[in-house]
Design a protein around this ligand. Structure first.
Ligand code: SF4
Length: 470
């Protein structure tokens, strides 16, 4: 087994270079395509040169991401010539209608939207015929560097994203995702739970539940009853979380929820968090706090009283950590509306907050709204927001000094003899801070990647913590 999930152990078969851009949802699409390629016996690599074909999984969310995707396609065309494009940008129209990718790069062989494994495979078969291998053909997963049915993972071995649905029923005015990914389609609950079990069995110790709108899971199928292990399970957030917690328990593994909107029914999940069965961590993209701005944004749950909802959640689960993202300088945002946002951050005591200065996305309805603010004002508000948010975050981190916490180890060279890096339940990978682990005091104590250790927090350092393994 190789450490590089892209590198293939199969030599001599057609080689497909793969580039994965974008968010965790796009990453899970990449994992499905790579799993299928490897299952069919294709070699996979990251290098364009020497490959028989290149697949670029693109992102089309903000203009910078569009540029990065188009540039990568251009590089792949010059270095290799044979390129298939998939992902969100593949579903995006150009200025004059038609397909943006095809207009910009007419030489690409095929373009698909997101979540299109079969269409991508059909295009691959057309241009680079499937290698014949009687063993592989008979046992489709034999060649895949698979982890149970869950397939190739582009994340480290000990954590994985689990996508529970595609698309979104909302129409936030700054977002073009629904036009690229379509309306909400929930994955069958039995399939989701089957994937989760395979991931835990293969060594995953932290499962990150992702979608565009996790709270809405099952709305499209009217919370239909599915089956897992012969037992009925409703396609609904609470039922899903309960069963994921059951599956995680024998491994002591973590289940973390992302992209949860503050609907009242989310309250039902909080007791699972208070009991420690699901991590007491919620990634809630509030985006703003002023009701008029939220209305102009057409945000889901914009009518909810978010401060009260947060207070209720914390009452149900005092150890809850809340991460969120916000937009500063949305069209028409007044200074008073922005001040409301700053007050919200202070009062809500959001543990981890990110903020974008509003930037128009081509094709988004918000571009037509009156009151666009100058770039300098948007940037200035973002900086003011971050100063407040960081002060809140750092104060909350300091409260942890002296506590003993469970830490999942992400890095531990030489079995942790020189220390390592990990995360507590309060830190999602790649977006939050980390815990810098000091070398263990006891010579017999080792740290291993993907295992948990208890640690005593000895200091807070910016967004990170420093801890002594015990
Ligand atoms: S909830 Fe809003 S921001 Fe999120 S994907 Fe749906 S439309 Fe976009």
């Amino acid at each position: 087994m190789t450490d590089d999930p892209i590198a293939s152990p199969v030599a001599g078969n057609p080689k497909i270079a793969f580039v994965s851009l974008g968010c965790p949802k796009a990453l899970t699409d990449s994992e499905l395509i790579l799993t299928q390629l490897r299952a069919e016996g294709y070699e996979t690599s990251k290098a364009f040169a020497g490959a028989d074909l290149v697949i670029v999984n693109t992102c089309g969310f903000i203009d910078d991401a569009v540029k990065e995707s188009l540039d990568t396609i251009g590089e792949a065309l010059s270095a290799n010539g044979k390129v298939i494009v998939t992902g969100c940008l593949g579903a995006k129209a150009g200025d004059a209608g038609g397909n943006l990718v095809q207009q910009t790069h007419p030489k690409v062989l095929a373009v698909t939207g997101p979540h299109a494994t079969q269409e991508v495979m059909d295009a691959v078969h057309l241009h680079v015929p499937k290698p014949h291998d009687p063993f592989v053909d008979l046992v489709p997963e034999a060649r895949a560097e698979f982890r149970g049915v869950a397939g190739i993972k582009l994340t480290p071995r000990h954590y994985a994203y689990l996508k529970i649905s595609e698309g979104c029923n909302h129409r936030c005015t700054f977002c073009i995702i629904p036009s690229m990914r379509g309306d909400l389609v929930s994955r069958p609950v039995g399939d989701v739970l089957g994937d989760a079990r395979a991931l835990f069995e293969s060594g995953v110790r932290e499962l990150l539940v992702v979608s565009q709108d996790t709270s809405a899971y099952g709305v499209d199928v009217k919370y239909r009853t599915g089956f897992f292990d012969g037992q009925p399970v409703k396609t609904r957030l609470l039922d899903l979380c309960t069963r994921l917690a059951d599956l995680a328990e024998p491994y002591g593994a973590w289940v973390r929820l992302h992209y949860v909107y503050p609907y009242p029914h989310v309250d039902d999940v909080l007791p699972l968090m208070a009991e420690g069965r699901v991590l007491p961590y919620l990634d809630v993209p509030f985006q703003h706090a002023h009701p008029d701005v939220l209305k102009r944004m057409k945000r889901p749950a914009s009518g909810e009283r978010n401060l009260e909802r947060l207070a209720r959640w914390r009452e149900l689960c005092p150890q809850l950590v809340v991460r969120s993202t916000f937009i500063a300088g949305f069209p028409g945002e007044t200074e008073a509306e922005f001040e409301t946002l700053l007050d919200f951050i202070r009062e809500a005591r959001i543990d981890r907050a990110g903020c974008f200065a509003y930037s128009p996305v081509q094709g988004a309805a918000a571009n037509e709204l009156p009151g666009a603010l100058p770039q300098a004002v948007r940037e200035e508000r973002r900086a003011r927001f971050m100063a407040v948010a960081e002060a809140v975050s750092i104060a909350k981190l300091k409260e942890r000094v002296g506590a003993q916490m469970q830490v999942l180890v992400d890095q531990a060279p030489a079995l942790g003899r020189k220390g390592g890096v990990g995360r507590t339940y309060a830190d999602a990978p790649e977006i939050d801070g980390v815990v810098r682990l000091l070398p263990p005091e006891k010579a017999s104590k080792t740290l291993k990647v993907g295992e948990f250790t208890r640690a005593r927090i000895v200091a807070a350092d910016g967004h990170d913590l420093v801890a002594q393994p015990i």
